[in-house]
Design a protein around this ligand. Structure first.
Ligand code: SF4
Ligand code: SF4
Length: 420
């Protein structure tokens, strides 16, 4: 079983256990997983048992403690756990180090949550925190509070070509979510706010604005590695947080689950806890396990509920340059004479280079978008589809939007004004 399959099977079994109404007793869950997935005569049985125990413990443990670290080493590991570079070379900020005893550790103050270490570990030795069990429990207790799914713009096509956005929405409603909303709706709200902020900043003589729209990894990179230019970051919250805030304003007792490609969003949501705008974050991979455990099929779901929350530009936030395009269009609408000269960083290394140039005063631009993952969120670690294919899917969904630009989205206008 490869690490990806292993992680999936553990999640499916934990969700089944919760669905069956059993107590979250770790020993019982581990025994169930071992019985379902492994043969006692397997020569690696004891090794699998240890790995299952560690993973279940991490899945069900309270994330207090070593947060904001997203990832932690589950076991003593060597360089052979990696696909290519050694751990300390792999980390773009130098957050990974080896102590005197040879143990690999992470400096929290340098870690930006990019997850490159998790992605490149082929030994399943490093793991990210999951709120999977909490989401399964929230859904089980939905009679006490409505649970909303808010889906990142990159969701389109992630579950196969037959799973249209409408089928996807219907399936999530069958799973128990009270409703499903596109985070791109809030992207439209934030595009407008950032465009207005950009115009204001330029008129008051600021030389530059960095978008804070999407990517918590990019923002952490600015704050932790280039703090001297952190004041150039826009004051807006991310679309995920904005949509959670609007939903909680509308229904203070509701629960909000963000579903997306991103592991770093888990920390972003956590920074607003307790009782923040977003209660939990799930990746597409985790959602897939939840659907499998609940036996909800995405492909044969009867009925199709329309998903019509966002503009074309809002839906394009899913890929690199999407934020730039949306904000440039919005700035041109409200200040046609103002010149916006954008640059964008595709992936953490490109972002680092551009930020260095910005700090040194040699960057020919006045606006910057940065995405921690190559290709933007369609290249995120929790995705299921190759980014090139995901790009086509996102573009097709964007082309089908009722309106083209953020300022044309009436629903975004109403929600931003608190009229739901
Ligand atoms: S998440 Fe990124 S910054 Fe943090 S330790 Fe891993 S590679 Fe380094
Ligand atoms: S670019 Fe990557 S790290 Fe940044 S928000 Fe998207 S998925 Fe998350």
């Amino acid at each position: 079983m490869n690490p990806e399959e292993f992680a999936h099977r553990v999640l499916v079994n934990v969700a089944r256990h919760i669905k069956d109404g059993k107590d979250l007793e770790q020993k019982e869950i581990v025994a169930r997983i071992m019985q379902e997935e492994f043969q006692p005569q397997d020569p690696r049985y004891a090794e699998w048992l240890e790995r299952v125990e560690k993973r279940v413990n991490w899945l069900l443990s309270d994330p207090e403690g070593d947060y904001p670290l997203l990832a932690r080493f589950l076991q003593q590991t060597g360089e052979d756990a990696l696909e290519d570079k050694p751990w300390d070379e792999l980390c773009p900020t130098g957050a990974i180090y080896q102590d005197e005893s040879g143990k690999w550790l992470v400096y929290p103050e340098l870690c930006i949550g990019c997850q490159l270490c998790v992605d490149h570990c082929i030994a399943d030795a490093i793991i990210h925190h999951s709120e999977f069990a909490t989401v399964a429990l929230l859904i089980m207790e939905r009679s006490e509070h409505p649970v909303y799914a808010i889906v990142a713009p990159s969701f389109v096509g992630q579950f196969g070509p037959a799973v249209t956005p409408e089928k996807f929405k219907t399936a999530l409603r069958s799973l128990g979510f009270a409703d499903v909303l596109e985070v791109a709706l809030a992207a439209d709200v934030i595009t407008r706010q950032e465009a207005e902020e950009f115009v204001r900043r330029m008129h008051q003589g600021d030389p530059f604005m960095i978008t804070s729209c999407c990517c918590p990894v990019f923002i952490k990179l600015v704050e932790k590695i280039r703090p001297k230019i952190a004041h150039l970051v826009s004051l807006t919250v991310s679309p995920m947080i904005a949509l959670g805030q609007m939903l909680k304003q509308r229904e203070p007792d509701c629960k909000v689950v963000f579903i997306g490609p991103c592991l770093a969003k888990k920390t972003e949501a956590r920074n607003y806890q307790p009782n923040g705008p977003v209660d939990c974050v799930l990746t597409y991979k985790e959602l897939k396990a939840l659907l499998e455990a609940a036996e909800v099929s995405l492909e044969i779901t009867a009925g199709e509920e329309m998903l019509e929350d966002a503009s074309r530009d809002g839906r394009r936030y899913a890929h690199i340059r999407g934020v730039t395009t949306a904000i440039c269009n919005a700035v041109r609408q409200i200040a046609p004479d103002l010149e916006i000269k954008p640059v964008y960083g595709d992936g953490i290394r490109e972002c680092s280079r551009l930020l260095k140039e910005l700090e040194e005063g040699v960057l020919e631009a006045n606006f910057m978008e940065g995405m921690g993952c190559l290709h933007g969120c369609i290249g995120g670690p929790g995705t299921l589809l190759p980014p090139e294919q995901a790009f086509q899917e996102v573009e097709a969904h964007a082309a089908g939007a009722c309106v083209r630009r953020a300022f044309d989205n009436q629903k975004a206008s109403r929600w931003a004004a608190g009229r739901f």
